[in-house]
Design a protein around this ligand. Structure first.
Ligand SMILES: *Cc1c(COP(=O)(O)O)cnc(C)c1O
Length: 362
């Protein structure tokens, strides 16, 4: 079932038991599926995300993570609202692109890709621009691996009384976040990241009182978050259109395995240990990380090319033959490649990876 390990930030390496959970067929309109699977997942997601689950609700949405970001921005932000996007990488920028497609009033505050989003600059912007209604930010910028200071950003946004939308795609389930404690209003993630499911849908955890006010805002039928939510609430787990049933069943298994591992805290410890094993090993081979340690998430790590004549394609192919698939870099300022630390991968796998790299580079 595993020709190679995916050291990529989703789709990622899943357990055999998650893959095996896809071996039955489910009826999208039957209560075995709606109540027995979808409703269980919605409840567990809210409990994972918030210490006050009664204030929040979860909506599952077909498609990849970007569909869910688009569904959220397009269904929550009204024509006379103003959105501030803080962007320090490709995923932050993508929120700005979505805002353009929907003709939202939007300002994109840009930061260097190697710099975390600065809460002070958000504070200054909100002081000068009281017309702002919503702020959106990426938690872990998968472009580089920067972990943005979410608690400090949330404190500033809440001080100004604005709605906070967080793309926690690559961190939810792997880095502890309490929406209620931080005051986050909408948080978005997908099946194939730190929960360790397979790709096919994403989800939005929303403050119930705010989502209730979003009827008729959406400009897209398929991506109407409010309508999807209404159907799931009133239909007890029904989706409006065909749902990825096998993928959803696999996700329930993945949630069970997250619990068995000890929850988000325990998973965070494992990912941090993966990351530490990787970075220590790579540094011992002479590689340098793009980011200083204090900005770095445990999710994905960017490394500089070791020399000007480094051939990434050749390196990639040789590593793949040894059982490891890695990721190219995604920034323009420097030649880098990335190695993901998330999925059903463990410190022993990273020790083997370092050995494989040592052999290739001899
Ligand atoms: C993976 C990811 C997304 C969504 O990407 P898709 O390719 O649409 O699944 C969005 N934001 C971040 C930070 C991500 O890591």
């Amino acid at each position: 079932m595993r020709p190679y390990l995916l050291l990529t930030p989703g789709p990622l390496t899943t357990t055999d038991t998650v893959k095996e959970a896809m071996m039955s067929d489910w009826c999208t309109w039957d209560e075995d599926y709606n109540i027995g699977i979808v409703e269980v997942i919605r409840k567990e997601l809210v409990e994972l995300a918030s210490s006050r689950p009664e204030e929040y609700t979860a909506v599952l949405m077909q498609g990849s993570g970007s569909f869910c970001v688009e569904a959220t921005l397009g269904s929550v932000i009204k024509a006379d609202d103003h959105l501030l996007v803080a962007a320090n990488g490709a995923y932050g920028k993508r929120m700005g692109v979505i805002a353009d497609y929907y003709h939202l009033n939007c300002h994109v505050m840009r930061f260097e890709e190697t710099q975390p989003v600065d809460p002070k600059q958000i504070d200054e912007y909100l002081t000068c621009h009281p017309e702002t209604t919503h702020v959106s930010v990426v938690h872990c910028e998968t472009t580089t691996g920067v972990l943005n200071p979410l608690a400090d950003i949330a404190a500033v946004v809440k001080k100004h009384g604005k709605t906070l939308i967080v793309d926690a795609m690559s961190s939810f389930g792997g880095v502890p976040v309490d929406m209620a404690a931080l005051g986050i209003d909408f948080m978005i993630s997908s099946a194939n990241k730190c929960i360790q499911g397979v790709p096919g849908f994403g989800f939005i955890i929303a403050r119930r009182s705010l989502l209730e006010g979003c009827k008729g805002v959406a400009r897209s039928l398929s991506l109407d978050l409010y309508d999807q939510w209404q159907t799931m609430e009133s239909g007890h787990g029904k989706w409006r259109f065909t749902s990825p049933t096998h993928v959803v069943r696999a996700f329930m298994q993945a949630l069970k395995e997250l619990k068995a591992e000890g929850g988000v805290e325990a998973r965070h410890v494992r990912y941090a240990e993966n990351h530490r094993t990787l970075v220590e090993g790579m540094r011992s081979l002479g590689y340098k990380t793009l980011l200083p340690d204090e900005e770095q998430s445990p999710v994905i790590t960017s490394f500089y090319y070791p020399s000007a004549d480094f051939n990434f394609k050749d390196f990639y192919t040789k590593l793949k033959a040894k059982g490891f698939v890695i990721y190219p870099g995604k920034i323009s300022q420097a030649d880098t490649f990335r190695i993901g630390n998330i999925g059903d991968v463990h410190p022993a796998d990273f020790k083997r990876l370092i050995e494989a790299i040592r052999e290739i580079r001899l």
